[in-house]
Each structure stands twice: as structure tokens, then as C-alpha cells.
Write a protein that binds this ligand. Structure first.
Ligand code: NDP
Ligand code: 2IT
Length: 444
């Protein structure tokens, strides 16, 4: 058995009940075969793949807090510090009832390669809790965030580990967590990113993941002789990533006709109204059923269904494993030319394979959604130099980073004889830098 297969088997055996983590490891390691085969002797001796698939540490803790009725609630908190070979751990905090250690490990593992692709000095980590912010009062969210940070604060720091937002964690949650960290440590430092603009946040961070997704998609299409302007786009999700993906796609001349949430989806034949979307989601924190009140011509459907709508470009921006094989088949049958992942691992392995076999251009999340964490790293730079850059400066840097990521993965895919396979390209390009750093740093 080859080294890659041995390590995959070992990861599955040693981490039972963590299917998302297995899936992420398989996707990465299988596409690294050409590099691993070229360096097998050294990698085996140095146990490089065993080390890169085992987190530096996994922190799990109790998060007790008091709800508005005076009842004590208990959630589980996590932080997985996966790999800091190229910089301090960096990655978001997910607050969602589905969160468990396997999901945090898959996200942390992906983050290693994504962060490497940005070309900035950040390592991989991820955290979160099974707390559900939905339907909670601001006071309850604050109580949870303060309790979560009371424990997490022991393990993080501006040069150690810098968490940020993810599903369920936005500006409100980051604010409460930052306040608690500052209070406990007695220190104002850039320990979190996605902060408010009045206390060290970066202009452009809110938009960065969605905008970055479109900058990379646009470059991928351009390099394949296709124009984004005039194309029909389907987006899933209606959170931070989805909203700003819709906004930038429209600014670039495409028409976005869908958004979704965990209960249903919207089809708007005239193009999604971003102002309405922001009001519903960011201001009212309401459900997409409200969208029809703003746009009588639109349709609301319960359940899944975004990928049944005919489109040229599909941008899954909600969550993992939301684009299944049957969806990929519908997209191909409807003439879809490109899929770019705004979410982390939204496409199953089978669906990805089907899309690629059917010549759909496919940009994996670790490249396509890297604009968020890249701009977080720019926020860290601004905090370190105690300066704030203009929106235009941050946005120009983000565009440069996304275009550069696409060319790096395109080049890596070609170099190893997999031209046009951006999954292989992204994994190899992200891995090479981390592997070189790990080997240089000895056994650690
Ligand atoms: P938000 O919490 O802002 O939005 C999440 C969206 O996805 C909501 O519309 C939500 O619907 C939907 N969603 C969440 N879970 C499910 C589910 N199980 N089934 C169906 N829909 C679901 O999160 P973000 O926009 O920040 O994150 C979206 C994705 O992008 C995640 O995969 C995240 O890891 C990834 N990502 C985020 C980055 C960031 O900077 N924020 C950076 C890079 C990647 P509902 O409201 O009904 O729950
Ligand atoms: O998945 C991701 O890259 C994020 N949630 C953003 C992480 C960050 O540190 O900005």
C-alpha cells in the first residue's frame, strides 16, 4: 500500500466517528499523490503526513451561561490548533448546534492549506461551540460569548492564535468576545479579527470572503476564455459569505437569481435585491420568507432546491456537503460551466468528481474562499503597525491575493501534469510551503 493510502487508513482508524474530517483528509491527501511519490523517502522518514494530519492540540471545554429565564445552560467549546509551521494559528469560530470535534478538525485541517495559499504568514486552526445564536437575545449571546472567552482566552494571543468569524459568529459575537478577552488579560491586542471598525477592525473584512470568491471566479473564467458579465449565477446561503458574493457578482455584471437558508430558498428572476437581503439578514436577523414582501415577483420554496435552477455559475456559500451528486447532475444537465466554493467543503467528493469529469470548472473552497482569512491577516498587519488602511487599499490587496492564488494553483496543477484540475493545484500549492517549513523546523 502506498504512503498516502496508509495514512488515510490510519486517520480513519484513529479518529472514529468523524466523517467530515475523514473526507477533508482524503480530498487533500489523494490529490497530493504526485508530490508525495516524488518525495516519498523523506516524507516517510520524517512522518510528514502523520504529523500534518494530527492537530498540535485539541482544546475542549465547558461553557456555562445563564439564559433570560435564569436557567443555567451548558454548551461545549472547542479550539483545534492544527498547525503553526508558517505562522500563528488562524481560523474562525463556528457557533451552530451541529458543531462537534470532527467538524472543527475538518475545518482546521482545511485552514492549514487555505492559509498557506494566501501567501501570508498564518497557520491553521478552528474553533466554535454547539451553541445556537438563533432566537437568543443579545444578552444571552453576550453571556455565552463571555463564558466561552473566559476559557478560550487562556490559549490564544496576537502571536499565538487569532480566531475570527464563521457560521453564527459575526461582528456582534466578535465584539463581546474581544471585550471579555481585554478585560481578563488587561491588554488591548489584535487577538481576534473581524473586529468592529472603531476598535481595530479592517475596512473590507465584512465583504472579503464574498468579494474574494468573485475575484477568483472571475480570474478562473477569464483564463478559460469566458466572461462573467451577463452570466446567470445561483448562490446558496444568505449569510456573510453569500450576501457579499451576490453583491460583487452583480457589480461584475452577472445576474444572481437564488439565495437560501437552512429552511428554504428564494428564486428571484429579476436578480436578488441585495439591499433587501441585508435588511432581512443583517438588521432584522429574520428568515428568507420575508424576501417576498420586498420583491413580489420572487418565489420562496421550502427545503432544498437551489441547484435545480438553470445557471452558468454555481456558488455554494452555506455549509459543508450541501451540493450532492444529484445536484451536480442537475447543474451539468442545465449547462453549468463553473462551480466555485464560498463555503468550506460544500461539495461532496462524488459531486466534485462528477463536475470535473463533465468539464465544469471547479474552484475548491480552500482557494476560492481564502479572501476572508487573507483579509483577516491584513487586519493583523494593521493592528501590528497600529494603522488603518483605506477600503480601496484593502480591496486592491485582496484582488491581488485572489488573482495570485488562482495562478499559483493553475501553475501547480500544470507542473504535476493535472492541467485544469484546480483541486489538485490548490492542495499541492498550499501543501508545498507548509511541508517545506515543517521539514526545516525539525521534529516538532
Ligand atoms: P453565516 O452564519 O453568516 O451564514 C450561514 C448561512 O448558511 C446561512 O444562510 C445559514 O442558514 C446557512 N446554513 C448554515 N448551516 C446550514 C445547514 N446545515 N444547512 C443549510 N444551510 C445552512 O456564515 P458564513 O456566511 O460566514 O459562512 C458560510 C460558509 O462559508 C461556511 O462554510 C463557512 O465555514 C465558510 N466561510 C466563511 C468565511 C467568513 O469569513 N465568514 C470565510 C471562509 C469560509 P440559517 O440562517 O438558516 O442557518
Ligand atoms: O473559514 C474561514 O476561512 C473563516 N471562517 C475565516 C477565518 C479567519 O480567520 O478570518
Amino acid at each position: 500500500m502506498g504512503y498516502v493510502d496508509e495514512v488515510i487508513e490510519r486517520v480513519i482508524a484513529k479518529n472514529p466517528g468523524e466523517p467530515e474530517f475523514h473526507q477533508a483528509v482524503k480530498e487533500v491527501l489523494e490529490s497530493l499523490r504526485p508530490v508525495v511519490e516524488a518525495n516519498e523517502e523523506v516524507y516517510r522518514r520524517e512522518a510528514l503526513l502523520e504529523r500534518i494530519t494530527e492537530p498540535d492540540r485539541q482544546i475542549k471545554f465547558r461553557v456555562p451561561w445563564v439564559d433570560d429565564k435564569g436557567q443555567v445552560q451548558v454548551n461545549v467549546g472547542y479550539r483545534v490548533q492544527f498547525n503553526n509551521a508558517i505562522g500563528p494559528y488562524k481560523g474562525g469560530l463556528r457557533l451552530h448546534p451541529s458543531v462537534n470535534i470532527g467538524i472543527i478538525k475538518f475545518l482546521g485541517f482545511e485552514q492549514i492549506f487555505k492559509n498557506s495559499l494566501t501567501s501570508l504568514p498564518i497557520g491553521g486552526g478552528k474553533g466554535g461551540s454547539d451553541f445556537d445564536p438563533k432566537g437568543k437575545s443579545d444578552r444571552e449571546v453576550m453571556a455565552f460569548c463571555q463564558s466561552y472567552m473566559t476559557e478560550l482566552g487562556k490559549y490564544i494571543g496576537a502571536d499565538v492564535d487569532v480566531p475570527a468569524g464563521d457560521i453564527g459568529t459575526g461582528a456582534r459575537e466578535i465584539g463581546y468576545m474581544f471585550g471579555q478577552y481585554k478585560r481578563i488579560q488587561g491588554m488591548f491586542e489584535g487577538v481576534l479579527t473581524g473586529k468592529g471598525l472603531t476598535y481595530g477592525g479592517s475596512l473590507g473584512r465584512t465583504q472579503a470572503t464574498g468579494y474574494g470568491l468573485l475575484y477568483l471566479t472571475n480570474e478562473m473564467l477569464k483564463c478559460n476564455g469566458i466572461e462573467l458579465a451577463g452570466k446567470t449565477v445561483c448562490v446558496s446561503g444568505s449569510g456573510n459569505v453569500a450576501t457579499y458574493a451576490v453583491e460583487k457578482a452583480q457589480q461584475l455584471g452577472a445576474k444572481v437569481v437564488t439565495v437560501s437558508d437552512s429552511t428554504g430558498w428564494v428564486y428571484d428572476p429579476d436578480g436578488i435585491d441585495v439591499a433587501a437581503l441585508k435588511e432581512i439578514k443583517e438588521v432584522k436577523r429574520a428568515r428568507l420568507t420575508e424576501y417576498k414582501n420586498y420583491r413580489p415577483n420572487s418565489e420562496y420554496h421550502e427545503g432544498r432546491g437551489v441547484w435545480s435552477v438553470k445557471c452558468d455559475v454555481a456558488l455554494p456559500c452555506a455549509t459543508q456537503n450541501e451540493l450532492l451528486l444529484e445536484d451536480a447532475k442537475m447543474l451539468v444537465a442545465n449547462g453549468c460551466i463553473a462551480v466555485a466554493e464560498g463555503a468550506n467543503m460544500p461539495t461532496t467528493l462524488e459531486a466534485t468528481k462528477y463536475l470535473q469529469e463533465n468539464k465544469v470548472l471547479f474552484a475548491p473552497g480552500k482557494a476560492a474562499n481564502a479572501g476572508g482569512v487573507a483579509t483577516s491577516a491584513l487586519e493583523m498587519s494593521q493592528n501590528s503597525e497600529r494603522l488603518s488602511w483605506s477600503f480601496e487599499e484593502v480591496d486592491a490587496k485582496l484582488q491581488g491575493i485572489m488573482v495570485n492564488i488562482f495562478h499559483n494553483l493553475d501553475d501547480a496543477a500544470r507542473k504535476y501534469g493535472h492541467e485544469g484540475d484546480y483541486v489538485v493545484g490548490a492542495n499541492i500549492a498550499g501543501f508545498e510551503k507548509v511541508a517545506t517549513a515543517m521539514l526545516a523546523q525539525g521534529v516538532c
